[in-house]
Ligand binder design. Structure first.
Ligand SMILES: C[S@@+](CC[C@H](N)C(=O)[O-])C[C@H]1O[C@@H](n2cnc3c(N)ncnc32)[C@H](O)[C@@H]1O
Length: 354
C-alpha cells in the first residue's frame, strides 16, 4: 500500500464521487421528467418553490427538496437573495420535450428500470443463463417510446431516402417485412406513408403484436399484417423488396441464423435495412465513445442477457461494426453500405444487399 501513487488515488476518488453524485442525480432528474417539473420550469421566470409547486400541481415540500438536489447538481440556478429557482434555456433544451428523442431527462429512466433486474443479473453471473424480456416491461416501453419519437421525425424524411430505389418501389407497391417489430410503431408509420405497399410485422412477444394491431386499427390501415412469430423459424423465400430490423439483431438468440433467413427472404434485388448501435467491435476503439459506459451497461443488463436467457449467442449491444459486417457477409450480404443520420446519436444504418 506504501507504493500507492497518492495523486492517482485522489483523482480516482474524485471520479468515484462524481459517479456517486451523478447516479443519485439521474434519479432526481428522472423525477423531474416524470412530474413535469422541467417542462413547468422551462416556462416560468425565476420562481419560489411555492410558486413552482402551485403551477406543477405538486406538494411544495417535495418540490423544495428536489430543487435543492438540482441546485447543488448545477442543473437549476438558485438566487438566495430572492429565494427563487430558474432553469436556463440552455439546460431546458437538453431536458425537455424540445430535445425530442434525445431528451436526456427521459434517458435517465433507463437507470432505475435496469436497476430493477440488477439482483437477477448478479445471480446469472454465477449460474449462467439470463433474464427474460418479461422482466423489463417498463424498460421496453420506454425504449419503444424513445424509438417512436426518433422514427416519427425521420423514417420517411431521412431513413428510407437513404435507399432511393426502395422508396420508389414502395410508392408503386411491394412487400415489406419488419422483424422484431415490437409495438409496430415504425411499421405502421411506413404503412401509412406507402398505402400501395403491403407490410408484415413479426415479433415473438404477444403484447407487442397486440399493441401493434390496435395501433394499425386505430389508424385505419388495411395494408398491415402483424403476427406472433419466432424469427428463427420463418420461411418465405424471395418474397420481400425490403426487410427492416430496428434495434433487434444484437438482442437475438440466433442472429446468424436469422440474418441468413432474411437474406433468403429478400427478392434478388431486395434490401435489408439493419438499424443497430454504432460502435466498434474492438473495446479499445470505444474508449472515446461518448455513450460507451451507458451502452456497455445496457448491453450487460439487457441486450446480452436476454439473448443468453434463450441459450443464445449473447452478441451484446456493442457487437460493433466489424462483427456486424462479417456476419452480414457470412449470411450472403455482399454489398453493405453504412450510413448515419444526425438525428440519431445511437445507431448505424446498414443498407445491405445480397
Ligand atoms: C429492442 S426491441 C425493438 C423493438 C422495435 N423494433 C423498436 O424499434 O421499438 C427488440 C425486439 O425484438 C424481438 N425479438 C427478439 N428476438 C426475436 C425472435 N427470435 N423472434 C421474434 N422477435 C424477436 C423482441 O421481442 C423485441 O420486441
Amino acid at each position: 500500500m506504501n507504493d500507492l501513487d497518492q495523486a492517482k488515488v485522489n483523482a480516482f476518488s474524485e471520479k468515484m464521487l462524481d459517479i456517486l453524485n451523478g447516479s443519485m442525480l439521474s434519479l432526481t432528474i428522472g423525477i423531474g421528467y416524470q412530474t413535469g417539473l422541467f417542462e413547468v420550469m422551462a416556462n416560468l421566470p425565476p420562481s419560489t418553490s411555492e410558486q413552482i409547486a402551485v403551477v406543477a400541481e405538486l406538494k411544495e415540500r417535495y418540490v423544495r427538496e428536489w430543487l435543492a438536489a438540482m441546485v447543488v447538481g448545477q442543473i437549476i440556478d438558485y438566487d438566495p437573495t430572492t429565494n427563487t429557482y430558474s432553469l436556463s434555456a440552455e439546460h431546458a433544451s437538453v431536458l425537455t420535450k424540445v430535445a425530442g428523442p434525445n431528451n436526456m431527462a427521459r434517458l435517465t429512466l433507463v437507470i432505475p428500470f435496469l436497476a430493477s433486474v440488477q439482483k437477477a443479473i448478479v445471480n446469472h453471473f454465477h449460474k449462467g443463463g439470463g433474464v427474460s424480456y418479461s422482466a423489463y416491461p417498463d424498460f421496453m416501453n420506454l425504449w419503444a417510446e424513445i424509438n417512436a419519437d426518433r422514427f416519427d421525425a425521420t423514417i420517411t424524411q431521412k431513413i428510407l431516402p437513404l435507399i432511393p430505389d426502395v422508396v420508389e418501389k414502395m410508392r408503386q407497391g411491394v412487400d415489406i417485412l419488419d422483424i422484431g417489430c415490437g409495438d409496430g410503431h415504425v411499421l405502421n408509420l411506413m404503412a401509412k406513408a406507402f398505402p400501395n405497399s403491403r407490410f408484415t410485422g413479426y415479433d415473438f412477444l404477444e403484447n407487442g403484436i397486440n399493441a401493434a394491431r390496435e395501433k394499425a386499427q386505430s389508424l385505419g390501415l388495411t395494408n398491415v399484417n402483424l403476427e406472433v412469430q419466432d424469427l428463427t423459424t420463418f420461411n418465405e423465400p424471395n418474397k420481400y423488396a425490403l426487410i427492416t430490423a430496428f434495434d433487434v439483431i444484437h438482442d437475438m438468440a440466433q442472429p446468424a441464423k436469422v440474418l441468413k433467413l432474411i437474406a433468403d427472404s429478400l427478392q434478388p434485388d431486395g434490401t435489408f435495412l439493419m438499424v443497430d448501435l454504432a460502435a466498434s467491435s474492438h473495446l479499445h476503439e470505444n474508449l472515446d465513445n461518448p455513450l460507451g459506459s451507458w451502452l456497455y451497461t445496457t448491453s450487460c443488463m439487457h441486450c446480452m442477457t436476454v439473448s443468453l436467457g434463450q441459450n443464445g449467442a449473447g452478441l451484446g449491444a456493442m457487437w460493433g461494426e466489424q462483427k456486424a459486417l462479417k456476419m452480414l457477409n457470412e449470411a450472403g450480404f455482399i454489398n453493405v453500405d453504412i450510413q448515419q443520420i444526425p438525428e440519431d446519436i445511437f445507431n448505424n444504418y446498414y443498407i445491405a444487399k445480397t
